[in-house]
Design a protein around this ligand. Structure first.
Ligand SMILES: CC(C)(COP(=O)(O)OP(=O)(O)OC[C@H]1O[C@@H](n2cnc3c(N)ncnc32)[C@H](O)[C@@H]1OP(=O)(O)O)[C@@H](O)C(=O)NCCC(=O)NCCS
Length: 283
């Protein structure tokens, strides 16, 4: 993949990932800024990991893509899609093999999977363990937010705290990816007290990523995210696997509804992976 493919990759992958009528409607509702941020995200990964991203072309059009990244000793699959006309022919397998080649030498690997049967099959057959997850969404019941949360806004110097928590919980820091999330509108929230440390990147009340040294600290961070949901809008808490049961009482108390979501797929040595709400594109 080259930087000039980023826009075509965005369109091919978005159409592949949001095929249902509701998905198409969601795509239509994306603001130009959201689209731009996503394209920038592909370019950002390409800048750091040019050898981890692959596209397939047919007649000059992008028909498939696999984008992966390596941070410290952990590999992450950020994007994987084949357009409908080219599926079921082994193209996905071929792209995934290329991206997995980039994982060589890493201790651990992670993928936030869609619920597409071919995706889950591909990851399981590549040696990943599948951890089913739930997503929670809805308007936030403000009166449920606990009083006296000791969470503060993060500053540049807190990136090191986030990196240390990440290494302890998921085996590697997010490095430039957390900075990219902040540059594209996420707010950094930090817990740093006697009961433990942690951070969240919050966007419109939803945690884009959250990790902490203790479940109680993670719960406070999650509340601090939800509290920031703009009035009239819905919060979304994704990737609640069985390891993240600490998050369930919070989302229920906040009035959100649970529904099934894709599995988190893991391979190798990563750390406890809890308390942790991973980022879909950066895990
Ligand atoms: C997931 C995806 C990229 C796979 O691409 P593809 O080109 O169709 O995949 P392949 O033809 O290489 O098939 C991969 C495996 O899935 C199987 N498979 C293909 N289509 C399938 C289907 N509809 N149901 C179940 N299994 C299927 C294949 O048999 C193959 O398994 P095998 O190697 O054991 O024989 C593609 O289906 C897609 O873009 N889906 C929508 C977007 C998405 O969900 N992406 C994943 C994001 S995490």
């Amino acid at each position: 993949m080259k930087p000039e493919d980023a826009e075509a990759v965005y369109h091919t992958a978005s159409n592949a990932l949001f095929e249902s009528p509701e998905g198409e409607e969601m795509l239509r509702r994306r603001t130009p800024e959201e689209v731009k941020n996503r394209i920038e995200r592909h370019k950002h990964i390409l800048r750091y990991d040019p050898a981890g991203a692959w596209v397939a072309e047919d007649d000059g059009r992008v028909s498939g893509v696999a984008i992966s990244l390596v941070r410290e000793r952990v590999w992450v699959l950020s994007l994987f899609a084949v357009d409908a006309a080219h599926r079921g022919t082994g193209l996905g397998k071929h792209l995934l093999e290329r991206a997995l080649g980039y994982a060589e030498g890493c201790d651990g690997a992670m993928i936030a999977s869609s619920q597409h049967p071919a995706a889950m099959r591909s990851y399981a057959r590549a040696g990943f363990d599948l951890h089913p997850t739930l997503t929670a969404s809805g308007p936030v019941r403000r009166e449920s937010v606990p009083a006296g949360l000791t969470i503060r806004d993060g500053e540049a110097r807190d990136l090191e705290l986030a990196a240390e928590v990440d290494r302890a919980i998921r085996g590697a820091a997010h490095g430039p990816d957390l900075e990219q999330m902040i540059e594209t509108g996420c707010r950094l929230l930090v817990a740093d007290g006697p009961s433990g440390r942690g951070y969240a990147a919050e966007r419109d009340g939803s945690p884009a990523v959250l990790a902490a040294t203790r479940p109680e600290v993670a719960q406070d961070l999650l509340w601090a995210c939800l509290e920031r949901t703009p009035p009239g809008e819905k919060a979304e808490v994704d990737w609640i696997s069985g390891r993240q049961n600490w998050a369930v009482p919070v989302v229920l108390e906040a009035g959100l509804s649970l529904s099934p979501f894709g599995p988190i797929c893991t391979r190798g040595d990563l750390g406890p992976l809890t308390p942790y709400l991973p980022s879909g594109p950066f895990l």
